[in-house]
Design a protein around this ligand. Structure first.
Ligand SMILES: C[S@@+](CC[C@H](N)C(=O)[O-])C[C@H]1O[C@@H](n2cnc3c(N)ncnc32)[C@H](O)[C@@H]1O
Length: 214
């Protein structure tokens, strides 16, 4: 079966909002990369976290269920094919809202991390915005609120040691194009987003959260 992500791989490699940003800088910094540090990049997509971690000297393994993303290892976040404590750090950026079982995924990340887990994702705005996300991309499962993220970390045995909230500027046209949203659905997506969209851009609330083994 073709994974929708295989068809989108090139768009995510070249996407502006994925290849740079304060959220990417922080995700990488909080993994504390450097020579001798091992990091697993979960749901690597276009590989931007992995690229930046490698530039900082870390040894990185990438994992993603979509072969088209060309990860080092193919697999879902809910079942990571690695032994307990295989990596110093585990990173996962702007992907958890696609996971079928986010709690299982965070538990898996905690299991394979010897020390720290850094997750970055869009946060919940409203049920109407969730409808917009699902219509734009049926592989969208759910954005979570900050309190939910804290509970996921707690359930995984991780103590939150740092978190930062920010708004990433998202350009609507390329966002719809990346998900191949049918032309007939686009007006309804915009209607559901309402006044969140201004002049073709939307601020995307985002959380970067870091946990260590409690
Ligand atoms: C938006 S892209 C990730 C972006 C990338 N991490 C970055 O920083 O640019 C979302 C990725 O999540 C992956 N994905 C979807 N479901 C997944 C799952 N259950 N487990 C792990 N990865 C998943 C997709 O294959 C896709 O590569």
């Amino acid at each position: 079966m073709t994974n929708v992500w295989d068809e989108r791989a090139e768009d995510y490699r070249t996407s502006a909002i994925h290849s740079e940003g304060e959220d990417l800088d922080l995700t990488v910094e909080w993994c504390e990369p450097g020579p001798g540090v091992t990091v697993l990049d979960v749901a690597t997509g276009g590989g931007h976290v992995a690229r930046r971690l490698r530039e900082a000297g870390a040894t990185v393994v990438t994992v993603d269920p979509a072969p088209g993303m060309q990860p080092d290892v193919i697999g879902p976040a809910e079942h990571l094919p690695f032994a307990d404590g295989s990596f110093d750090a585990v990173a996962c950026r702007v992907a958890a809202h696609h996971f079928a079982d986010v709690v299982a995924a965070v538990k898996e990340m905690a299991r394979v991390a010897r020390h720290r887990v850094v997750i970055c994702d869009n946060t919940f705005v409203s049920e109407t915005s969730e409808q917009a996300d699902r219509l734009r991309d049926p592989s969208h499962v759910r954005n979570y609120g900050v309190a939910e993220w804290h509970s996921f970390f707690e359930l995984a045995g991780l103590r939150v040691v740092d978190e930062r909230h920010m708004e990433r500027p998202l350009e609507i046209g390329p966002w719809l194009d990346r998900a191949r949203t049918p032309a007939e659905d686009r007006p309804r997506v915009l209607e559901l987003l309402g006044d969140r969209v201004r002049n073709g851009w939307m601020p995307l609330p985002t959380l970067v959260i870091k946990g260590v083994h409690a």
